[in-house]
Design a protein around this ligand. Structure first.
Ligand code: F6R
Ligand code: MG
Ligand code: MG
Length: 375
């Protein structure tokens, strides 16, 4: 039998996604655009990548790749940027809707973060067996992961390992970003379990406070990386929801795969849905699923992989299981129930989060017509 050892060189997993145009509205990318992105990565990435996979969730294309160049690497980010540019040319060629939507800058400036595409990256020495998950959500924003991450890393109701295993006894450190601060990254580190009430106090406001990273306090290793981009902070105006991705290492000192999936049966209400301006339940879907009802509902896919010497297995599509059909039916019922009240109250996001300017103009013009009655 072969002896299994930790790898001697760190590998990096980079997941980079963008909406560069879709068929029939903001629904799903075309086969030709996907093929263009894949072909570009294949032709131009062979000397820098160990492996890669291309997939989509809703209208977003994901490039998942492995390499040894570390996080925030210029060459890797440029490869993804150029692949999305090539895909955008095809999208224009086919007359796809929203062609190039998430490519918010004219030229590549060294790091794809802050240019529109979402990025999540993990760098580590591979364990002899290295399972990890890639979540991809559409029609929502990065705060959508706040509740599932809290439940998977702080709550034994979802993570039984917190009480059954000694591997997680010291708990986890949460790095949480205040995404309303746009001058630079503004981040706080809080430790679970001691500060789990403080963590909850921040994560209850998912439009402002977003989990960026989670670190194992047993091993010091990073368990989770979330893309924290807010597109309207970059563009200064509405350009689509942020449609976040998340990478998570699983098993051993990290939660089990099923413990990370567990909270998704809730179908918690998130911001997004139609025009990025509504509330809807987050529906776990198979990889390569489009959106539909009311440009939604907000969806999340999760591909599970093992990586060995940087080589990726084929994905196990975690939400492609009969259990999740039942969950999806319940979540459809939740979505319909909330949609019944249309624009009213909690069905639509508060004024500060509305992604379209029309209502702002209306309210401004009405303001002038208000009369303050004399006593
Ligand atoms: C939400 C989303 C869609 C669009 C809607 C209108 O994130 O992408 O719901 O907002 O289809 O699209 P536009 O403004 O492009 O006509
Ligand atoms: Mg879109
Ligand atoms: Mg999208």
């Amino acid at each position: 039998m072969k002896k299994q050892q930790h790898a001697s060189k760190k590998i990096t997993i980079s997941a980079i996604k963008a909406d560069i145009g879709s068929i029939g509205g903001h629904i799903k990318p075309s086969k030709r655009v996907l093929a263009t992105v894949e072909e570009y990565v294949k032709q131009n990435g062979s000397d820098m990548l160990i492996d890669y996979k291309i997939s989509y969730t809703g209208d977003d294309i994901l490039i998942l790749c492995t390499h040894t160049k570390g996080k925030d690497n210029k060459e890797i980010h440029k490869l993804a940027w150029d692949a999305f540019k090539a895909g955008t040319d095809t999208a224009f060629d086919q007359g796809l809707y929203g062609a190039g939507q998430d490519l918010l800058k004219d030229s590549f400036s060294g790091n794809i973060k802050g240019m529109g595409p979402a990025v999540a990256e993990l760098e580590f020495f591979e364990r002899p067996n290295e399972p990890f998950l890639m979540f991809a959500a559409d029609k929502t924003d990065p705060g959508a992961y706040n509740l599932p991450l809290y439940l998977s890393f702080c709550d034994p109701m979802h993570n039984s390992g917190l009480i059954l295993s000694s591997n997680m006894a010291k708990g986890f450190r949460f790095d949480i970003m205040d995404v309303s601060y746009t001058k630079a990254d503004k981040v706080i580190s809080l430790n679970a379990p001691e500060e789990s009430y403080q963590i909850a106090a921040l994560l209850r406001d998912p439009e402002r406070f977003v989990v960026e990273k989670i670190i194992s306090r047993e091993t010091g290793e990073q368990a989770v990386s979330v893309s924290t981009t807010r597109l309207h902070n970059i563009a200064g105006t509405y350009t689509g929801k942020d449609d976040p991705i998340l990478l998570a290492r699983t098993q051993g000192a990290f939660p089990a795969t099923g413990e990370l999936l567990s909270p998704y049966h809730i179908g918690h209400f998130v911001a997004g849905f139609m025009r990025g301006s509504h509330t809807g339940p987050l529906m776990p879907v198979k990889q390569n699923t489009s959106v539909s009802f009311f440009d939604g509902p907000p969806v999340v896919s999760c591909a599970a992989y093992c990586v060995h010497n940087g080589k990726l297995t084929s994905p196990a599509d975690t939400f492609d299981h009969p259990f999740w059909d039942h969950v999806r039916n319940n979540i459809s019922a939740k979505a319909i129930e909330l949609r019944r009240q249309g624009f009213y109250g909690n069905a639509m996001l508060p004024y500060s989060e509305l992604e379209y300017g029309g209502i702002v103009t209306t309210l401004k013009s009405l303001e002038k017509r208000f009369v303050v009655r004399k006593k």
